[in-house]
Write a new protein. Structure first.
Length: 311
């Protein structure tokens, strides 16, 4: 019986990993935009039936995600809103991002429990303390692994947006002072910096689309600040809202914000430079000082040992 279990466990683990990667790829892989789909439906009216809910285009994961995600779905609106904001900070703005994320957490939890139980029970036996410990550790790792990945994606995206924001503001100032409006300037910035700053340009493009759909500029700018999660973007949104409300110069507000951000970025660089001396203490003490100590004290120690042995 043990021999059969040992043979089945690697096959089951391989099938589970392949299914999990397929689910993640189908969930977060870039898909055709809704505008392109509607244009295709206009060209070919027969595709309208396929685009309806329950049609051929609705994937297996999209159908199963709402049911599976109910296990971990937050009960209150506040908790759901906080989770949606975290997903938005990481760049996932689709309406079903919450359900897919919770489904992935459930899938990783189940996979971790299966892998931990298979490893622990095969190696340590059934219902032993070591086997149960392996089960709990693997389940906990599988449950919190999506949280760690989401945190990393969120921090990385926010840092990229923060570093690219001053350059985008300078270009936006040039566009506004050249006679373009704020909406047209944001559209031009998103087109020009799409290669060097895709994260920021995607947020600007989404805001432009919302403005074109008729949403108030105040709400669009506020949502852009909350969606990115960057403090400087929130400050920029507040400044633009105030400038639009009181009728002041938007170009001057953008220039002041760009200068303050550049000063802040230079201060952060100086702070990291000042921390270099403190951070170098640990590698010096752990790696360099022992080698110097051996080179300087080693010959004297050898001579002392020879003298003691000779006497």
């Amino acid at each position: 019986m043990d021999f059969d279990i040992i043979q089945i466990v690697p096959i089951a683990a391989f099938i589970g990993v392949v299914f999990l990667f397929w689910a993640i790829a189908s969930a977060f892989m870039s898909k055709t935009s809704r505008a392109a789909e509607r244009l295709e439906e206009i060209r070919d009216p027969s595709k309208r039936q396929q685009a309806k809910p329950g049609g051929a285009k609705s994937g297996v994961l999209d159908k199963a995600a709402p049911q599976i995600s109910k296990v971990l779905k937050p009960k209150t609106e506040l908790e759901q809103s906080e989770l949606k904001i975290r997903l938005g900070n990481a760049g996932f703005h689709t309406p079903n991002a919450l359900n897919i994320y919770l489904t992935i957490k459930v899938a990783f939890l189940v996979l971790g429990l299966l892998g931990g139980s298979s490893y622990g029970f095969v190696k340590y036996g059934l219902m032993t303390q070591s086997g149960i410990t392996a089960l709990v550790l693997a389940g906990g790792l599988g449950f919190y692994l999506p949280e760690i990945v989401l945190w990393y994606l969120r921090i990385t995206r926010q840092e990229k947006i923060f570093l690219s924001l001053p350059d985008a503001l300078d270009l936006l100032v040039v566009c506004v002072e050249a006679g373009l409006g704020l909406d047209a300037g944001m559209r031009r910035v998103s087109d020009e910096l799409n290669d060097s700053a895709p994260e920021l340009c995607s947020e600007l493009a989404l805001s432009n689309m919302q403005l074109q759909m008729g949403r108030p500029r105040r709400d669009v700018l506020h949502d852009m600040g909350v969606r990115t999660g960057v403090d400087d973007m929130k400050a920029l949104a507040a400044i633009l809202i105030q400038a639009d409300k009181f009728g002041s110069s938007i170009a001057q507000a953008l220039r002041v914000q760009s200068d303050s951000m550049r000063v802040k970025r230079s201060q952060m660089a100086e702070e990291k430079a000042q921390q270099t001396a403190v951070k170098m203490i640990f590698p010096l003490v752990l790696f360099i000082f022992p080698g110097i100590f051996v080179v300087l004290v080693g010959p004297a120690a050898i001579l002392m040992i020879d003298g003691l042995l000779a006497s």
